[in-house]
Design a protein around this ligand. Structure first.
Ligand code: AMP
Ligand code: GLY
Length: 419
């Protein structure tokens, strides 16, 4: 089989490495991929948002199955466009990807179907938002409606900060069209859990739970990032909580999307907050999380391509999906300065014997060398019997990898170890 993977980060590298385990797979193309994954896939310089380019490539190269991983192409209708050319895909159509593409949509969906989430209001007029903020409970959370590269959520500790945030989004166009509508919501307190799931619209199969570390600095300080490391499973996500989430969140969400005529097929990501009043949805993503995928997929024992094709063919209930009874830890090595300005172009040294445990995100090929080309450069992932061993193992990998200006957190997994 010839497989096409749309995207080019660490998540895509994890998907590609897992897909390669299937003996039927003869060739994998990554569009655009990156310079650090050339041993695992043929990288083709077509952007993940170039839908016409992707479709033409897939047709010309008689692709048998396509996996669309990032949010933008999914929201833009990449799956719809590929399916029109009869190319089977993993990922939701645009009408279902809206669950991530519009926070106003997802909040209204949760309200309509009684799915627990933070209380909220939606505004498309600045005056109305400012009026509401005069009496809104503080702290408050301001969210741009559309996709904003993970930066469209601002937690405001004061009324003044909230006024600045909505003004920047709605009047100054900080996030372009994505910020023209805003969601203002209740600030929730609790522990966060990420649960990725496979769903074909009929059944939903949660994957092993995980914990992201979003802040740039040790001890959860500093700016929000795309994620500086992950562990799986998340020890705070007990069997009882999982059962409750299934009944109160996962099944109702999948059912609601069917009811709305927006059947979701693919990976549905539940960003959850375990509050005193029970688990609540912070956000949905219409795709695999990054860097959650880098710890979840290495623990998957079932063949990934088989599961994905079952999702596409709406036969997911016929495939038993199994995860190893082990732990995984991913430590992200970033370029110093990320998530703000950083330098790039430095050679990355990864010893061959650990290459299969490294998922490369921001790298390019230059004069036969692999050099840094992004904020998050790579993830080092160890799987072990216990979380302690997985964490120590991941940091041992980090010690063997080098590039100039490397930056990483030293406490990935510490909070999970305290559970
Ligand atoms: P999101 O982009 O929706 O994942 O939000 C980014 C981060 O902001 C989340 O991982 C949470 O840590 C935080 N966050 C989002 N919504 C809330 C909320 N209602 N209350 C508290 N924290 C939130
Ligand atoms: N790690 C969170 C995300 O992928 O959005």
């Amino acid at each position: 089989m010839k497989i096409l993977v749309v995207g080019g980060g660490g998540r895509e590298h994890a998907i590609i490495k897992k897909i390669k385990e299937n003996k039927e797979v003869k060739e994998i193309f990554a569009l655009p991929g990156n310079g650090g994954m050339v041993n695992d896939a043929t990288c083709v310089n077509i952007k993940a948002t170039d839908i016409d380019g992707i479709v033409n490539f897939a047709v010309e190269n008689t692709i048998d199955y396509a996996i669309v991983a990032p949010d933008d192409p999914l929201v833009m209708g990449c799956v719809d466009a590929l399916e029109e050319k009869n190319i089977p895909c993993f990922g939701p159509r645009a009408c279902a990807a809206i669950i991530e593409g519009s926070k106003a949509f997802s909040k209204k969906l949760m309200k309509k179907y009684g799915i627990p989430t933070a209380a909220f209001e939606v505004f498309s007029k600045l005056e109305d938002a400012l009026e509401y903020l005069k009496t809104a409970p503080i702290p408050t959370v301001i969210k741009a409606d559309g996709l904003a590269l993970g930066k469209g959520v601002i937690i405001c500790q004061t009324r003044e900060e909230a006024v600045t945030a909505v003004t920047e989004m709605m009047a100054d166009g900080k996030f372009g069209d994505s910020g023209k509508t805003v969601v203002i919501e209740e600030f929730l307190e609790g522990l966060e859990v990420s649960v990725l799931s496979f769903t074909d619209g009929k059944c939903v199969v949660p994957m092993i739970s995980s914990m992201d570390h979003k802040r740039a600095g040790d001890g959860d300080t500093g700016l929000n990032t795309g994620g500086m490391g992950t562990v799986a499973p998340n020890p705070y996500y007990t069997k009882e909580i999982a059962e409750r989430c299934m009944q109160e969140i996962f099944l109702p969400t999948v059912g609601a999307m069917v009811e709305e005529g927006r059947t979701f097929k693919g990976c549905l990501y539940f960003g959850l907050m375990l509050t005193e009043k029970g688990p609540k949805v912070i956000e949905y993503n219409c795709r695999f999380g990054d860097p959650e995928t880098q710890v979840v997929l290495p623990l998957l024992e079932t063949d990934l391509l088989t599961v994905m094709r079952a999702v596409t063919e709406e036969k997911l209930s016929s495939v038993p999906v199994k995860f190893a009874d082990k732990s995984a830890c991913c430590v992200i090595m970033a370029s110093k300065g990320y998530p703000l300005a950083y330098e790039k172009g430095y050679e990355i040294n990864i010893p061959d014997e650990i290459a299969d445990k490294v998922y490369v995100a921001g790298a390019a090929e230059k004069d036969g060398k692999v050099v840094t080309a992004g904020g998050r450069v790579l993830g080092a992932v160890e799987v072990a019997d216990t979380l302690r061993e997985a964490v120590d193992g991941a940091y041992a990998l980090v010690d063997k990898i080098s590039f100039e200006n490397a930056y990483y957190r030293h406490d990935i997994g510490e909070r999970a170890l305290k559970a």
